[in-house]
Design a binder for this molecule. Structure first.
Ligand code: BJW
Ligand code: ZN
Length: 232
């Protein structure tokens, strides 16, 4: 068994649920009006950009009304105390587009599915910090293309920073997955990737997920309880 110096944490919508942000695949909220597959695709944006912009504008505005919870706080404490040297590293890979890890104080965070508080030029690829609505955004400052889009990764698009993630998985001694259903690839495959390189794997989720059987250990409960208990 390797030591647990190199840690990769993967987070999903379940870690922000107790902050009041709806998850994608649980009952309730936004997702009963729109199937995620119908709004989170480039085809949906091409078909009805107003619908898709409105969907993300509402979620961006809602960020002002929520706060990090005990699970985000615990990961921020882990980040603050975990060394970064030849024997230790930490990478928090989040699938979430909210900024609650950062607001809790975590620094080693990678947003593989993009960020609500960023806008992307679909023409030239420039990414710009963004707070307000995109529905009435001006043209791209870099190339003049008319419409900026949400800087999020839709189905069929390549998630951000995959080489860096696979490098971290390859050297991981411990892989911990928190609050994700394991329904969306490539993130759903990270557990097998890490295990193949010899990492111990741990799942913390409200219920058993589609990929639970891939983990060495799976604990069921609320992230706000399980994550502080694991970190401390
Ligand atoms: C709690 C809790 C509490 C609740 N405490 N827990 C067939 C096979 C394999 C792949 C494919 C396939 N067909 C198509 C694909 C590819 C496709 C894919 O995976 N499709 C699946 C539907 C099968 N993937 C892609 O297209 C990706 N790109 C890609 O593959 O590029 C090529 C490539 C190849 C190889 C390497 C690299 C690249 C892109 C996927 C983009 C996903 N985008 C979204 C939208 C982002 C913007 C936005 O936010 O709107 O990302 S979709 C949505 O799902 C969002 C999430 O990040 C993602 C994952 O959801 P998550 O976080 O797991 O949420 P839920 O709701 O599903 O689960 C929450 C969990 O929390 C539940 O289990 C609850 O129980 C739990 N929970 N309360 C603890 N209090
Ligand atoms: Zn541009």
């Amino acid at each position: 068994m390797k030591q647990t110096g190199n840690i990769v944490v993967l987070t999903g919508a379940g870690i922000s649920a107790e902050s009041g942000i709806d998850t994608f695949r649980d009952a309730g909220g936004l997702w009963e009006k729109h199937r995620i597959e119908d709004v989170a695709t480039p085809e949906a944006f091409a078909r009805n950009s107003a619908l898709v912009q409105g969907f993300y504008d509402a979620r961006r505005a809602a960020l002002d009304t929520v706060e990090p919870n005990a699970a985000h706080d615990a990961l921020a404490r882990l980040d603050a105390r975990w060394p970064d040297d030849e024997k230790h590293s930490l990478l928090i890979v989040t699938q979430n587009v909210d900024d609650l890890h950062e607001r809790a104080g975590a620094r080693r965070v990678l947003h593989m599915h993009g960020e609500l508080r960023s806008a992307l030029c679909g023409h030239c690829g420039v990414r710009t910090p963004w707070q307000g609505a995109l529905a009435d955004a001006p043209p791209c400052e870099a190339c003049g293309a008319p419409a900026l889009r949400p800087d999020v990764v839709w189905f069929g698009e390549m998630p951000y920073q995959m080489p860096r993630i696979y490098q971290a998985l390859a050297k991981a001694d411990l892989f911990v997955s928190i609050g994700t259903s394991g329904a969306v690839y490539p993130a759903a495959g990270f557990v097998q990737e890490a295990a193949a390189y010899g990492a111990r794997t741990l799942e913390l989720n409200l219920e058993r997920s589609e990929g639970s059987h891939w983990f060495d250990e799976s604990r069921q409960g609320r992230a706000g309880e399980l994550v502080p208990a694991w970190v401390e």
